[in-house]
Design a protein around this ligand. Structure first.
Ligand SMILES: *Cc1c(COP(=O)(O)O)cnc(C)c1O
Length: 240
């Protein structure tokens, strides 16, 4: 298939991103935790996504169920390490769509309601698996965004902790683009607080935050997983 993506450009973008992350990490953190880089693949053809697996990347994020289903058979079966790519769902997920991805995802990062958690738990059980999840927090309280309000997070965590076929691994957020550093800072504090509380059946080892425009600040405030789309593959063209 023809596409306008350049192998060398995408490869160079990744080196720059990795260098920026390691610089921010050395400067602000250096605490032994790691920062995973996720390639966000919406609108990117599968054969372009597959390039990243030649370079040691193994983590990709999917936003849309339909788009993922149309691309999944075209993705490489294994990465440089010989293992399959790790695929996380990061988009808004309707309860009635969980059934299409329950056996395809390594993690669902966008869990923002007890109802959705229940459905993931139910279908994970039916498929004899335990699904790793992150709770998505609407840290900026924006009406247009999904995610649980910070003051409703406890309720969601408590409910999820009691479900046997899901495992809470941490938190995910998309902060408001304006003042994102303030909200990244708040997320970092919230994550550290929950981590210190060591709640039963909840492990707080992943803080998924940081996108193309704010990943350097996100690393500064404790992100362990940055989700990069346009900064890696180039501006998205929805008509392509
Ligand atoms: C699209 C998307 C990203 C990546 O955004 P960029 O600005 O292109 O890096 C990250 N996270 C989520 C949830 C997204 O939908």
């Amino acid at each position: 298939m023809e596409n306008n993506y350049s192998y060398d450009t995408v490869k160079n973008n990744l080196s720059v991103i990795a260098a920026n992350i390691s610089e921010a990490y050395d400067k602000y953190r250096n605490d032994g935790s790691k920062v995973d880089i996720m390639a966000v693949t919406k609108t990117v053809p599968a054969e372009v996504v597959n390039w990243i697996f030649d370079w040691g990347m193994d983590l990709m994020g999917e936003n849309r169920v339909q788009e993922f289903l149309s691309k999944k058979d075209l993705y490489s079966a294994s990465t440089q390490s010989g293992k399959p790519p790790r695929i996380h769902f990061i988009g808004h997920l309707q309860t009635n769509k969980v059934k299409y991805i329950i056996n395809e995802m390594d993690m669902i990062q966008s869990v923002d309601s007890i109802k959705l958690a229940h459905e993931i738990d139910r279908l994970a059980k039916a498929n004899n698996k335990v699904m790793d999840i992150l709770c998505e927090v609407n840290i900026g309280g924006e009406e247009s965004k999904s995610g649980v309000a910070p003051d409703k997070l406890d309720e969601l965590l408590e409910a999820a902790a009691s479900m046997e076929n899901i495992k809470v691994r941490g938190l995910m957020t998309i902060p408001p683009p304006a003042d994102s550093d303030i909200f990244l800072g708040r997320m970092g504090e919230l994550f550290n607080k929950l981590k210190d509380e060591k709640r039963e059946n909840i492990s707080m080892d992943i803080l998924s935050m940081g996108m193309t425009h704010d990943y350097i600040d996100a690393v500064k405030y404790g992100s362990t997983l940055v989700r990069i789309g346009s900064g890696l593959f180039g501006a998205r063209n929805y008509n392509k």
